[in-house]
Write a protein that binds this ligand. Structure first.
Ligand code: BG6
Length: 503
């Protein structure tokens, strides 16, 4: 969470330099930071990969990604040459310890050229199974013992379950101090997610209402309209619960449910968030059936286009029981939230791309209006839209203009997008800048990762041990399986879907 100054001299190594994450997200983010004057005065970026690229070809490849995926969509590409002078490509096999001297050589060269010891950042944008081996080889380098300047960034998924996350944490912490390890969850870098902290803790208005006395229930939806996008191999070992709930959704839930922090110190914020995870009521395996719903999409039609079912996707087992949809109900056992259900859902190939949080308030305690005044009466509701809409909306009752006393729900909306325009940084811009600054506030600490796994393990284990009888159980373009509606209907609620975005 940057304030005003540019970070110190930095060398950023990107393992997976020829991969998709770098092409779509990391380089566009670094280039935008450069355009916005946030890159250090002295910096070097080295992509690392096994494929062969000359520096020139590498730059061309990256520029293509910037043109297609940067929020600026190719605007300002005139500064690319200036930026690309800082970017090189190191062809090396991350499994080959003997090749790591290429890294130390580059750091040494920059140190001499710049006359200062730079930050050294290792970004592991690689498949999860490659992380331990690369981390071990990096750990053996002398520069990694420089705690205040060398950092390692690890992408999610962080482990495959509680046990493997433990192992990975153990391995990383045998080589790096906790302040050197940046476990990234890109949702935490989204402007609208950070804005939850501003909404809650920079305003006196909401906090008194933000508890069990006024809130009936909370919903978090992270719906995706896309399917696998060629990631069948990865998804077969993950599933929606691991891919989205264990990390992104639980992190959002923490921002909504945490107690006010005393300061914006990284550990203070993370302590408050871990308190939430620790307070989530443990689900027993017998309860899983009542509080969690899984789904898998069938073939069908998606916005007029014929699409195959999950089991027919490339890289997917034709009998796969992996969840492409997950919904769950959680309770937080503390004074603030006792008895308030938090419903969460996520899925691929759903009707819309929409991430939003809804706080549904309790009904007014007494209703003085005649019943005919209030046929359309609804409880108050606060909706925080994370994407693609970026807004905060409060629904309240207003008198319908005219001679009769009739009430209608109306929305008062703050449109974040209208204020930010295309100035709003993308999540990876914010997070990369924070890594260069050494600010870990928006990154997950080892105990947070563990606590999040503990929340979902009973569901994961139960799902893995019981074959679903109804897969595939939802059609593309729908809002998921019927069971997800039943989950809320049992409590007298329904999922809240927002009107589609008109672009
Ligand atoms: C990633 C998941 O972490 O988040 C993907 O692995 C998912 O499966 C993506 O599509 C969603 O991110 P966003 O920013 O598009 O909501």
């Amino acid at each position: 969470m940057q304030t005003t100054k540019r970070p110190p001299a930095s060398v950023v190594f990107i393992f997976g330099g020829s991969g998709d994450l770098n092409y779509r997200k990391l380089t566009p983010a670094l280039y935008n930071l450069f355009l916005d004057n946030w890159m250090p005065e002295k910096f070097a970026i080295a992509g690392i990969g096994r494929s062969a690229y000359s520096n020139e070809k590498y730059h061309e490849h990256l520029l293509d990604g910037v043109t297609k995926f940067s929020r600026r969509k190719g605007k300002l590409n005139g500064h690319w040459t200036e930026f690309s002078e800082h970017v090189s490509y190191l062809q090396m096999d991350g499994d080959d310890a003997a090749a790591y001297h290429l890294i130390t050589d580059l750091v040494k060269q920059k140190e001499e050229e710049w006359g200062t010891h730079p930050n050294v950042i290792f970004y592991l944008a690689v498949a999860p199974q490659l992380v331990p081996s690369i981390a071990q080889k990096l750990g053996a380098l002398k520069i990694c013992s420089e705690k205040s300047t060398t950092r390692i960034v690890v992408e999610k998924p962080f482990g495959h379950d509680l046990e493997s996350a433990h192992e990975l944490n153990k391995l990383l912490s045998s080589m790096f101090a906790e302040e050197q390890i940046f476990r990234i969850d890109h949702y935490l870098g989204k402007e609208t997610v950070q804005n939850i902290l501003a909404l809650r803790f920079a305003n006196a208005l909401f906090e008194p209402l933000w508890n069990r006395n006024y809130i009936d229930h909370i919903q978090i939806t992270a719906a995706e309209s896309v399917g696998l996008e060629g990631r069948g191999g990865y998804f077969e070992n993950a599933g929606a619960l691991r891919d989205m709930v264990q990390n992104h959704i639980l992190q959002i839930l923490c921002m909504i449910a945490m107690e006010p922090p005393v300061s914006f110190d990284a550990n203070e914020i993370r302590n408050k968030k871990v308190d939430v995870l620790n307070a989530i009521r443990r689900i027993t395996k017998d309860q899983v059936h009542d509080v969690a719903v899984r789904g898998q999409y069938s073939g069908g039609w998606k916005k007029g286009e014929k699409v195959v079912g999950y089991r027919q996707e490339e890289g997917v087992n034709p009998q796969s029981n992996i969840d492409t949809f997950a919904a769950a109900k959680f309770y937080i056992d503390n004074w603030r939230w006792q008895g308030v259900p938090f419903y969460v859902r996520t899925g691929k190939f759903l009707n819309q791309k929409a991430t939003h949080i809804t706080l549904q308030f309790k009904p007014a305690p007494h209703y003085a209006f005649p019943s005919e005044a209030a046929e359309t009466w609804r409880s108050n509701r606060l909706t925080i839209s994370i994407q693609p809409n970026m807004d905060i909306s409060i629904r309240f009752q207003a008198k319908r203009p005219g001679q009769t006393m009739t009430l209608d729900p109306v929305d008062m909306t703050f449109d974040y997008d209208a204020v930010a325009g295309d100035h709003a940084p993308e999540a990876y811009e914010t997070l990369l800048l924070d890594v260069m600054e050494g600010d870990a506030t928006l990154f997950m600490r080892n105990d947070q990762v563990d606590a999040a796994w503990k929340v979902i393990m009973p569901i994961l284990e139960t799902w893995e041990s019981r074959t679903p009888q109804d897969f595939p159980n939802y059609a593309p373009d729908s809002w998921g399986p019927e069971g997800a509606d039943a989950l809320l209907a049992r409590d007298g609620h329904t999922w809240i879907n927002l009107p589609p975005v008109v672009s």
